[in-house]
Design a protein around this ligand. Structure first.
Ligand code: CMP
Length: 140
């Protein structure tokens, strides 16, 4: 058993449709523990920093516009192999390709408005968590 942490965002399309609780229920049912959580409005600068790796992609502007368009819920999730476990629970980036029972299959609307983000690796998770949470805000 490898207990690790991952970073999650419940995106503006999901908060706009009041899906935070339903998504959190799926997270908890999957055995992941929400050890930190806050609802924020991301600034453009925060979104540009967060998605810096995608800066050269054609959808970067659209992505930043979307992520700053409404409230998001940033979270730290903890559990056995949390990074992989949460990516499995989210399903494919494109909800049309997401498997049954995944968050994106159930809640997402399109590849851009895909309801949730999860870190792609443990090292990324550490960096993403540090962008949004101080150590004393994470209570495991
Ligand atoms: P996320 O896991 O938050 O990381 C990068 C995001 O870019 C991804 O989820 C999608 O929401 C978004 N994305 C990826 N491909 C596209 C695309 N073709 N058009 C718009 N947004 C995209």
């Amino acid at each position: 058993m490898t207990i690790e942490r991952t970073f999650s965002i419940i995106k503006p399309d999901a908060t706009a449709r009041n899906r935070t609780g339903a998504i959190n229920a799926m997270i908890e049912q999957a055995g992941l523990r929400i050890v930190a959580q806050k609802r924020i409005r991301m600034s453009r600068q925060e979104a540009e920093t967060f998605y810096g790796v995608h800066r050269a992609r054609p959808f970067f502007g659209e992505l930043v516009d979307f992520m700053t368009s409404g409230p998001v819920v940033v979270q730290v999730l903890e559990g056995d192999n949390a990074v992989t476990a949460y990516r499995d629970l989210m399903g494919a980036t494109d909800p049309a390709k997401a498997g049954p029972g995944t968050i994106r299959k159930v809640h997402a609307q399109s590849i851009g408005e895909n309801s949730v983000h999860g870190s792609d690796a443990a090292a990324t998770a550490e960096k993403e968590i540090a962008q949004f949470f101080a150590g004393n805000e994470i209570v495991g």
